[in-house]
Design a protein around this ligand. Structure first.
Ligand code: HEC
Length: 159
């Protein structure tokens, strides 16, 4: 696995780790064509046409997404399910979606990009629900789906 894009490699390694742990279901990427844990897309990614301020806003949101994943995994390690569910909902779910849209105000984003963003926030809301069960196997399955919704978009789009 080539580590060409530093910003993406952290997520990629996290996903690779989850695959190695055998928690991710098969064939779950957006296009349905990438092998499990694939980082480099088979189809060249589409470049988003954004103003400099919108690019910075998007990147800030992304770094916060990664920090949210860290906070969730960390809270799960402490068996603090309440904190983990709160982060999943507030920092990755629909409240975060609204904040991101505010920040990227005026950005012309392709319909497929918006669909991938919605699918990601939906996956995070489902993760918050799975965390409420306090059962690690379903929690890890939904965590993997949530991270797959990150990598699906990363394969399809670039700044
Ligand atoms: C709807 C699309 C989409 C989703 C969903 C998405 N990202 Fe991103 N992300 C992007 C794009 C586009 C970039 C810019 C990538 C590039 O140009 O190389 C990016 C970049 C990043 C970066 C680098 C930020 C920087 O400062 O350069 C990180 C970290 C990141 N994403 C983490 C995540 C995590 C974690 C998730 C899921 C919890 C996620 N992203 C979900 C589209 C998305």
């Amino acid at each position: 696995m080539a580590r060409q894009r530093v910003g993406m490699s952290v997520t990629a390694w996290l996903v690779a780790g989850l695959w190695a742990a055998g928690v991710a279901p098969a064939g779950t990427n957006a296009a349905g064509t990438e092998p499990p844990g694939a980082v480099e897309p088979s189809v060249p990614p589409v470049r988003l046409e954004l103003e400099p301020a919108q690019r910075e806003a998007l990147k800030l949101t992304m770094r916060e997404h990664l920090a949210a994943l860290e906070a969730i995994v960390s809270a799960l390690g402490r068996q603090d399910y309440r904190a983990a569910a709160d982060v999943a909902h507030l920092k990755l779910g629909f409240p975060k979606h609204h904040e991101a849209m505010q920040r990227e105000r005026g950005a012309q984003l392709p319909k497929q990009y918006q669909d991938l963003a919605l699918a990601h926030h939906q996956a995070a809301e489902a993760l918050a629900e799975a965390i409420a069960t306090k059962e690690m196997p379903p929690i890890l399955r939904q965590l993997a789906r949530t991270i797959q919704s990150c990598t699906a978009c990363h394969r399809a789009y670039r700044l």
